[in-house]
Design a protein around this ligand. Structure first.
Ligand code: PEP
Ligand code: MG
Length: 910
């Protein structure tokens, strides 16, 4: 029997201190819906409403509009009746109309990525009723014209697609302003607004061939289904892709009674944060606008005022506004609506305590009544993430493990990069001052359009204001500059979430899109000019500014110490130079997991000797050239051992195919011939001889050391001599010699024999010894398969997951870039396997290699030194496979430390 009545609840109501759902139901109700339910239940005044679940979004995508509306009808009708009762208004009533808002809300916040429609329920009759009821005709007509504009854009497909499209509604507005010689929307008369409504409806009819819907139910279903559609819109798809959110999460739809911040000067709307989202400082802060709707604050059209007096004073100092002007023109909410402020301050404290994290809230004051529209855990910079977690821990709100689990490890990267050396900035180079919306130091060439953010290598995207369509460009640009908008503008919020430097609300910057330039007090900057942004001070600076190492805050050190307390794996670094080794050590590296010796051969004279070795046609000739390389290698190793004093240092023998060291252009080959006093023909014929069709699977790795044993002998000599030299100076070196690209036991054994014999010769000559070990990389699938046999002879394993991925997938590391992006866009791969370890496939070889190796030698030391060693998901995988250490580039060492701690905590809690 066919049933049309739903068996499961699709609609969850909230309001009047009650709720059907609760805060734990994020997956079903979306983040916003779950929080609205939770807020209502704990007594926060939220406008009553209901949430249509994320499951309905999936049903909608599978079954289509008609079926789903059929499923929803009864539940939604009942929920609307409930709102009517609570608000004392009536849906569809012309004298006392209830107006509704419809908003998206996925389980994670995706600011601005999906659609919203406000003021639903208005039509030609209801607008008159609303005007009468509120005694504010202007407000009623302004709401109506906003509604038509928004609804037509979102539901009827009339949103401009790109910067070149003219927004037909804005065009009408601009024409009317011109005709009436006015500049601001607020200067429109009631008659003007009525004319706009008439013209808007006319345009809609002409463009779409449809009448603007007057039936509130038709409006409501149109808006609900448009929100579902926006889940698969271009903006949301891109956002999901960069964050890796799956399509089947779906979005919920939140339908709520409208409350109005634009009902006059006793009304206001704003956004606030319980702590500073940029620095993490524990100060309540935010922005508001009197007589405005919420979108006005985030869209950055009017520069908003500060909520607290302290914030307002700080803002005035930056904006160079006198205290008298500040009080008169830009007073804080605390000063002009003290009672409302007190109430809001109470709620922000309640909400932060309830959610035990920094909250980002939206509120509206409608004729002296405060409503909280939403709350969510606020997006924050890396610095704020660390400080807030440490502070909350010290305040006793969260535990040590919670503080650690709150880290998004990759965000720590923001703290480690250079900052401007402000001492080197000349006062006259400071072009203008904006708001320090998102910290960081960005230098780049100016572009004015988001879709041109990739035009130069480093760009600064300068906009009057940004909108959600600009996300991709914001992500690409090095820094964002906006002329309008405050600390909570779209640009500021998105930039902070991405850890991108942003200076907002720089009012002195006059942007001219048409001529691709901006001007500040007569100084003109064209597209392509270099400027710098200091996101921590709000300075906009002419030209490039030198940078210096960041000073890591106390909280950073505290989080790192906690990570070290909980993690079980060690964290090493991949470093080829003493400088990298030192940097990594300051970031907490506990040794080197990979020194790629080949990189040392490219510098200065070394490349000449290296080429001499490669071009030599006899063993004697090669040995002669290697004698020149020996002292250079020894010197490098000494310096690295010294930087890593007392810590293990894994040095890998020469790995890449030799053709990489010889130039491929004829002119450069001639130079090589001249330098080595040989014929050009000798060089070109060697190049031809070295040519391989598959160099990645060719004559490289231990295959080199086994065909030219003298290379291994030279490298082993350099390593052992360097360690002995240091021993003499009282510095402890702990060399681990690593053989690359092993696929059979015999080729490892042959290399081991050469290394051991060489070492014994050096020891005999020097009449001294040191301890060292010999291990291998596991980076060829065959090595993982026979790991039990290799382990019988190896002191350690290190998974080279770069090559292991290459050979397991059969994707060339050097060529896969051509199709990996396309594969990801088409959904054929969820991520780049060279970036995030493929746990399902390549991971099996890691698991097997470690297990089989340890079956032979239970205490075998096992690590990883492929790029995955610093990627948080892959680090967690290594923890689960009980690896002894991960090794990664110096700047990822702190990320790996935290990721390793999180993996250990997750295991404890499972
Ligand atoms: C690897 O293959 O993972 C590795 C670390 O070595 P390389 O990247 O130098 O080939
Ligand atoms: Mg490799």
């Amino acid at each position: 029997m066919e049933t049309l009545t739903p068996v499961k609840a699709r609609v969850f109501k909230f309001g009047n201190k009650q709720a059907d759902g609760n805060g734990t139901m994020r997956n079903l109700l979306g983040g916003k819906g779950a929080n609205l339910a939770e807020m209502s239940a704990i007594g926060i005044p939220v406008p009553p409403g209901f949430t249509i679940t994320t499951e309905v979004c999936t049903e909608y995508n599978d079954l289509g509009k008609e079926t789903v509306v059929g499923y929803l009808k009864d539940e939604v009708t009942e929920a609307v009746r409930e709102i009517e009762m609570q608000m004392g208004t009536k849906w569809g009533d012309t004298n006392n109309p209830l107006l509704l808002s419809v908003r998206s809300g996925a389980r994670v916040s995706m600011p601005g990525m999906m659609d919203t429609v406000l003021n639903l329920g208005l039509n030609d009759e209801a607008v008159i009723g609303l005007a009468k009821k509120t005694g504010n005709e202007r407000f009623a007509w302004d709401s109506y014209r906003r509604f038509i504009q928004m609804y037509a854009g979102v539901v009827m497909g009339m949103k401009p697609e790109s910067k070149d499209d003219v927004d037909p509604f804005e065009e009408v507005i601009d024409n009317l302003k011109e005709k009436r010689h006015i500049e601001l929307d607020t200067q429109f008369t009631v008659q003007d607004l009525q004319d706009l409504v008439f013209d808007f409806k006319d345009i809609i009819n002409k463009r779409t061939g449809r009448q603007f819907p007057t039936d509130p139910w038709e409006q409501l279903w149109g808006a609900v289904t448009a929100v579902f559609d926006s889940w698969n819109g271009a903006r949301a798809l891109y956002y999901r892709k960069i964050h890796g959110y799956p399509a089947d999460w779906g979005t919920a739809v939140n339908v709520q009674a409208m409350v109005f911040g634009n009902m006059g000067n006793d009304s206001a709307t704003g956004v606030c944060f319980t702590r500073d989202a940029g620095s993490g400082e524990n100060v309540f802060n935010g922005e508001y606008l009197i007589n405005a709707q919420g979108e006005d604050v985030v869209a950055g059209v009017r520069t908003p005022q500060q909520i607290t007096k302290l914030g307002s004073q700080r803002w005035a100092e930056l904006a160079q506004v006198s205290e008298a002007d500040r009080k008169k023109e830009y007073p804080s909410l605390e000063e002009i609506m003290p009672e409302m402020y007190q109430e809001l301050d109470g709620y922000q404290k309640t909400l932060e305590a309830h959610y035990r994290d920094m909250q980002d809230m939206e509120f509206t004051i409608q004729k002296g009544k405060l409503w909280i529209l939403q709350t969510r855990n606020g997006k924050r910079t890396g610095a704020a993430m660390v400080k807030i977690a440490v502070d909350l821990m010290k305040e006793g709100v969260i535990s040590e493990t919670e503080a650690l689990m709150r880290m998004e490890p990759n965000k720590l990267d923001e703290l480690l990069h250079p900052v401007f050396d402000t001492k080197t900035i000349n006062q006259e180079d400071i072009i203008a001052q904006g708001l320090p919306a998102s910290p960081g130091a960005a230098t780049g060439q100016v572009v004015f359009f988001a879709d041109e953010a990739g035009k130069y290598k480093n760009t600064i995207l300068a906009r009057i204001e940004t909108s959600p369509e600009d996300l991709e460009g914001i992500n690409i640009a090095k820094g964002i500059l906006t002329a309008r908008g405050g600390m909570t503008s779209h640009a500021a919020v998105v930039a902070r979430g991405l850890g991108k430097c942003c200076v907002s609300g720089a009012g002195a910057v006059k942007i001219d899109y048409k001529n691709r330039k901006f001007e500040v007090d007569g100084r003109v900057f064209q597209e392509g000019d270099w400027i710098s942004l200091n996101g921590s001070t709000g300075n906009i600076i002419d030209g490039k500014v030198p940078t210096k190492e960041p000073e890591l805050s106390g909280e950073f050190g505290e989080i790192m110490a906690l990570a070290d307390k909980y993690r079980k794996m060690q964290v090493r670094t991949n470093a080829d130079t003493p400088k990298d080794s030192k940097v990594a050590r300051t970031f907490g590296a506990e040794g080197i997991g990979l020194t790629r010796t080949e990189h040392m051969f490219f510098e200065g004279d070394r490349i000449v000797a290296m080429r001499e070795m490669i071009l030599a046609s006899t063993e004697k000739g090669r040995k002669k050239a290697l004698t020149k390389l020996l002292p250079m290698q020894r010197g490098d190793f000494e310096a690295i051992f010294e930087a890593m004093e007392g810590l293990p240092v894994t040095i890998r023998l020469l790995d890449p195919p030799l053709h990489e060291f010889i130039p491929h252009q004829l002119a450069a080959q001639k130079e090589v011939a001249d330098q080595l006093h040989i014929s050009v023909a000798a060089v070109t014929s060697k190049v031809a001889e070295l040519h391989e069709f598959n160099p990645m699977m060719g004559h490289r790795g231990c295959r080199l050391g086994n065909t030219y044993p003298e290379i291994t002998e030279m490298q082993a000599t350099a390593i052992i001599e360097a360690a002995l030299n240091l021993k003499k100076r009282g510095v402890k070196a702990r060399p681990e010699i690593m053989v690359p690209l092993v696929g059979t036991v015999s080729e490892f054994l042959e290399q081991k024999r050469i290394i051991q014999e060489t070492a014994e010769q050096v020891f005999a000559k020097r009449k001294d010894r040191i301890d060292y070990s010999i291990g291998t990389m596991i980076e060829i699938p065959r090595a993982a398969l026979i790991a039990d046999k290799i382990a019988a002879h190896a002191d350690f394993f290190s998974f080279g997951t770069n090559d292991l991925t290459q050979m397991t997938y059969g994707y060339s590391r050097d060529d896969a870039g051509k199709f990996l992006g396309i594969y990801q866009n088409k959904g054929l791969l969820t991520s780049d396997p060279f970036e995030i370890l493929d746990q399902e496939g390549v991971g099996q070889l890691v698991t097997m290699g470690a297990e089989r190796g340890r079956a032979t030698k239970p205490n075998l030391k096992v690590g990883i030194c492929g790029e995955h060693g610093g990627e948080p998901n892959s680090v967690a995988f290594c923890h689960r496979n009980k690896l002894n250490y991960v090794s990664c580039s110096p700047f990822r060492v702190p990320i790996a430390r935290v990721a390793a701690a999180q993996a250990a905590i997750a295991e404890e809690q499972a």
